[in-house]
Write a protein that binds this ligand. Structure first.
Ligand SMILES: Nc1ncnc2c1ncn2[C@@H]1O[C@H](COP(=O)(O)OP(=O)(O)OP(=O)(O)O)[C@@H](O)[C@H]1O
Length: 338
């Protein structure tokens, strides 16, 4: 559904996005993660036909983001990080206005706006002007704006940042529903728990380049190694070392606990339990230690990991589309905000 090849974006002399190639399949949710200034929003804006790539190309639902920008904007619902709302309007008229821009009839957009305002708990506030809305409420209106025409592709840039926990839950539930309805979603977020919950696949970008890509499980395995286990005994753990020796890789021993790694827990752990029982060593508990996306992320962006994300390089031969005009900082293809 989204296919980007060798995307590159230069602002003046600054390379904000370098050689980004990315595929998102129909119905897939991909989280684009990375530190501040990594190039996430710039990538999303290029994929949304808002910003012209300096090099490379991208197609969304089969449409080229440069040659068929209008079609791309029709099939994409875009929630930007700083949504500009028409603050004198009330939510319903604002949403109907955007529905009309997307070619919806007045009745259809009014019906859809009502449904979404109710879903996100804003129906009671429908008669208030948007300038009286809180930051989180405005963000919800911006999200509804992205959803109004029920697009097959959604780019959600930090969709829950300003929201209270209940509202953030509503938005995450909405994303889960959209995923179930086979919408294709590219999500950028600094909330790694959110990414873990929602995304089928994670892409990590740093200094404008993709440095890691995969499912949470794949990235965890690649960057944190084999799963860690904690064995709690009812006796000093030193006694168990002889039993475990050669079966697993012991990381440390702590009083009555042993921490170890194994690639083959399914076979090794039952053997460990049997041998300890045979040796009369009581087992209190055996647990796999949870590994969070946050640990993987920090390993990658801190640069200690096995990534090759080094300093920036000049773009090499790519599908070149740059022109002198494209090197400026004001090359927006369209102005989307009010
Ligand atoms: N229009 C612009 N002109 C010049 N530099 C820009 C422009 N837009 C973005 N940049 C620069 O490009 C880099 C990437 O910015 P981008 O907004 O894509 O980062 P991000 O990963 O979305 O960051 P954050 O997590 O803080 O939102 C930053 O250094 C930013 O200052």
């Amino acid at each position: 559904m989204i296919e980007a090849r060798h995307l590159h974006k230069v602002f003046g002399a600054f390379h904000a996005v370098r050689d980004v190639s990315l595929t998102v399949d129909p119905g897939e949710v991909v989280a684009l993660l990375g530190p501040n200034g990594a190039g996430k929003t710039t990538t999303v804006r290029m994929l949304g036909a808002i910003l012209r790539p300096s090099e490379g190309y991208a197609r969304v639902a089969g449409y080229d983001v440069v040659e068929q920008a209008r079609d791309v904007r029709r099939v994409v619902g875009l929630l930007t990080e700083f949504p500009g709302l028409y603050l004198r309007m009330r939510p319903q008229e604002y949403l109907c206005f955007f529905g009309a821009l997307q070619g919806m009839s007045a009745t259809e957009s009014a019906r859809r706006a009502e449904q979404l305002l109710r879903q996100f708990g804003l129906w009671e506030a429908r008669n208030k002007r948007l300038d009286s809305f809180s930051k989180g409420m405005k963000q919800k209106v911006a999200l509804i704006r992205a959803l109004i025409h029920d697009p097959p592709v959604l780019y959600l840039d930090e969709p829950t940042t300003a929201m209270d926990p209940h509202s953030a839950r509503q938005v995450r539930d909405a994303m889960l529903e959209l995923r179930a309805a086979k919408r294709t979603i590219l999500l950028t977020t600094h909330n790694l728990t959110e990414a873990e919950e929602l995304a089928d696949r994670i892409v990590i970008i740093r200094n404008g380049s993709i440095v890691a890509e995969g499912t949470c499980a794949q990235l965890t395995r690649q960057f944190l190694g084999a799963p860690r286990w904690e064995l709690r005994l009812g006796t000093p753990a030193q006694r168990a070392v002889v039993v475990l020796d050669g079966m697993v890789s012991i990381e440390r021993i702590d009083d009555e606990r042993v921490y170890y790694h194994t690639d083959d827990a399914r076979h090794v752990n039952p053997q460990i339990v049997a041998r300890l029982a045979e040796a009369g060593i009581p087992i209190v508990a055996l647990n796999e230690l949870p590994r969070r996306l946050e640990d993987v992320y920090l390993e990658i962006v801190a640069g200690n990991g096995r990534t090759d994300a080094g300093p920036s390089v000049e773009p090499s031969a790519r599908h070149d589309r740059s022109s002198p005009a494209d090197q400026s900082t004001s090359e927006e293809m369209v102005k989307v905000e009010g």
